[in-house]
Design a protein around this ligand. Structure first.
Ligand code: IMP
Ligand code: MG
Length: 174
């Protein structure tokens, strides 16, 4: 079965939107320091680009949870594969994710991080598929709302491939 990638959001549009998000976040957190928490691996490309556009002081940490295998459907199982290196108590935490789909991963993660008593806890996602939501999640910053399609690129994978595409694409099976 052949696969091809159809461009959904071109590179220039992704970069322009990330620049705008960085400006908005910098304004919202004026006078504060932001602790960016990247959800690996998908959030990594977005986090790097976003961090470069934020003008207030920033520190970074990474965590990894598993919710998908090689499939395109959510298993509903969320497991911490790698926890944060640093405590987040009293920090202004901004979670950086690639995509909110069913919302299962993020609702679990936010609940877990909230227990660690950050000063604030917000969520920034590059992509949101609102039509797919099963569990409600409050998203504070969204790059793009997209329709229900399986997307890749800019950190997002299909069976671990295509993360390095500099644009957002939809996987089509011929
Ligand atoms: P959720 O728990 O269903 O919201 O799924 C969140 C995770 O599923 C994301 O962080 C992605 O890793 C993965 N995911 C959801 N939709 C897509 C997609 O369209 N392409 C690639 N990965 C996806
Ligand atoms: Mg992810």
């Amino acid at each position: 079965m052949g696969e091809r990638i159809e461009v959904l959001v071109p590179e220039e549009e992704v970069n322009a939107r990330i620049r705008a998000l960085g400006e908005q976040i910098s304004r919202d957190y004026a006078g504060k320091q932001i602790h960016l928490v990247c959800v690996l691996k998908g959030g990594s490309f977005f986090m790097c680009e976003l961090a470069k556009r934020i003008t207030v002081p920033v520190s970074l940490d990474f965590m990894s949870v598993s919710s998908y295998g090689g499939e395109t459907k959510s298993s509903g199982v969320v497991r911490i594969v790698k926890d944060l290196d640093e405590p987040i108590q009293d920090k202004e935490v901004l979670i950086v994710e690639d995509i909110v789909d069913s919302g299962r991963t993020l609702s679990y993660l936010m609940e877990m991080l909230r227990d660690r008593k950050p000063k604030s806890l917000r969520l920034c996602t590059l992509l949101d598929k609102p039509d797919r939501r099963v569990v409600p999640v409050e998203v504070n910053y969204t790059g793009f709302q997209i329709p229900d399609a399986f997307v890749v690129g800019y950190g997002l994978d299909y069976d671990q491939r295509y993360r390095n595409l500099p644009y957002i694409g939809v996987v089509r099976f011929d």
